[in-house]
Each structure stands twice: as structure tokens, then as C-alpha cells.
Design a protein around this ligand. Sequence first.
Ligand code: ATP
Ligand code: MG
Length: 226
Amino acid sequence: MSEEREAVLGPFAEVGSAGAPARLGIMGGTFDPIHFGHLACAQQALEAMQLDGVLFMPAGIPSFKRDRKVAPAADRVRWCRLAVAGNDRFAVSTLEVDRPGITYAVDTLSTLRTICPASVELYFILGADAALTLPRWYESQRLATLARFAVATRPGYPFSETDGRALEEQGFRLDPFRVTPLDISSSNLRARLAEGLSVRYLTPDPVAACLMDGLWYRKDGVAHDQ
Ligand code: ATP
Ligand code: MG
């Protein structure tokens, strides 16, 4: 069990050991690619919910994005690792990308629930756009029992009190919190990369450099000048 805990939780393997109360954040996403919107969201969740750490959890085969080609999991994981390097409250887990088949949050959270001591409260962090879709997630009723849901503000996606109440009526325990509005999306980065434009200042420098070094998302197969 402790080996599995180490493999899945990395530096957070010891959270809640000896029954100490702890709070672990899980930042799920496709991260295709990761950007400052994700990082600011995780950082501000950490502060708002007083989390011990945030585990970035890149999706293997995301159930909502089967209609378009997603960058290979190994690359998305690598960009996430580059992005969180140097922050000891952030780590990347490959639990979802290592699991065969479509990724469902309910499976991820039930694995984490089994691995973590009962004294660890799990906080699934997600933006307002994603939160509004929760009732349509696979096994949403069971999902609601497995974690608290930290809902971040996101520009362009209003999340009203009525929206919150509707989710609570379905059993979701919510912690809405404000994030510095950053109108950045992976779609936006992909569109820039497709045109050969720079993604510097939209994602950490090592990620931007890696993205522009390669041919990911390029329409014409020509490398960037940086
Ligand atoms: P895409 O444009 O491909 O959908 P994305 O930028 O929405 O990419 P995802 O990987 O889909 O990124 O998002 C992962 C999680 O991060 C989601 O819960 C999403 O709401 C949240 N998120 C992404 N960007 C922001 C942002 N700028 N501010 C707050 N939350 C964000
Ligand atoms: Mg998205």
C-alpha cells in the first residue's frame, strides 16, 4: 500500500499519516498544454482552502475530448512537470495517464480515497466551466461523495448562486473561490502555436520553450523561431 501511495502521491505520500488532518487538492485537466490559468487556479485554491499540496492530474483519454486529437500523454505530463518544478506544494501524478481506457474522475477519486488515510480531505479543483458540467460526469452521484469540489471563477463562465445550489442539491459539496481572472485557455495556446505565434508569458518559460522547440500543434510542420 505504501509503495502505491508513493507512486500515486509522490511528495504527498505522507499527508495525513498518523491520523493528522490534512487537505489534498487535485487539479484535473487535459493540460493540452498547461498554462498560467491552471497554475494560478491551483495556487489560489491552495491558499483559499489551506491545502497541504496540489496534485496535477493530467487525463489519459479525456471522456469529453474524444472528438479531437490530444497531444500524447507523455508530452502533457512532461509540460506539467516543467511547469510545477520549483514549487514543493505542487506535484504531478500519472495515475490517470497510466490507467488504460477513458479517464473518469470517479475512478481517480475512489483510488485516492482508498490510498489516503481517512483524515485526508480531498479537494477536487476545477474552473466554473467544468463545474457546470459536473452532473453529466460519469457516475456523478458517487463522484459527489468522494471529495469536496473547489470551484474557481473563470472569465467568460459565470457561476451563480443558483448554479451552486443546483449542484449542492445533487449532493456536491462546494467551495467556490475567486481566482485572479486570467482569460487564458489551452485552446488559445494551441491556436497560437498552430499559427507559429509565441506562447511566452502564457505559460512558464520552460514549457513555452519546449512547446516552441517542437512541432506540437503546428499546422505547417515548421519549427518556431522562438
Ligand atoms: P481547453 O481550451 O482545451 O478546454 P483549458 O484551458 O480549459 O483547455 P483544461 O485542461 O480543459 O484547460 O482545464 C483543466 C481545468 O482548469 C478545468 O477545471 C478548467 O476549468 C480549469 N481552468 C483552465 N483555465 C483556467 C483559467 N484561465 N482560470 C480558471 N480555471 C481554469
Ligand atoms: Mg477546458
